[in-house]
Design a protein around this ligand. Sequence first.
Ligand SMILES: O=C(O)CCC(=O)C(=O)O
Ligand SMILES: [Fe+2]
Length: 176
Amino acid sequence: MLESLGITEVDIDRASREGKSGGEAVIQLNSYPVCPDPDRAMGLAAHTDSSLLTILHQNKTSGLQIFKKGTGWLTVQPQTGVLVVNIGDLMHILSNGLYPTVLHRALVNGKQQRISVAYIYGPPANVHISPLPKLVDHYHLCLYRPVTWSEYLELKSKHFRDTLSVIRIAGTPNVF
Ligand SMILES: O=C(O)CCC(=O)C(=O)O
Ligand SMILES: [Fe+2]
């Protein structure tokens, strides 16, 4: 993925010498009990993850949905041996919007309990994340100011889904 953004092994070596490599992760366990009236309840409200990437395992009960512009909510059916990888807000910033963060939610099920395990991966909490210099030029303005994961989480607790707009420094979206 980093390779597709033009990041080479030399860049990664340099970052590790500067102490910027590695990352932090948390595992979140989600349990959605059987719901007698699933059309009138929501398991997890629509949100984007604040991570770089989230790797998600879901049990055999469906419920995860992602929002696709122009189409609406799409169910991501669980498949044995398949993990879902969600792009998070920090990857959105790092890629200068090239890899957009994904809006998703979890529905409840009327017949079966649903369980999911999210591996939420991000940078060390105090490392500044900003659009990669290789992705910024005369035609592709730098869209976001630098932010650490901890600062971003604090902003998100106040601004929720508007947080990316809050740290945005350029007006018009880039066309890739
Ligand atoms: O339960 C799911 O499928 C989604 C979980 C999720 O979005 C999260 O833990 O951030
Ligand atoms: Fe999520």
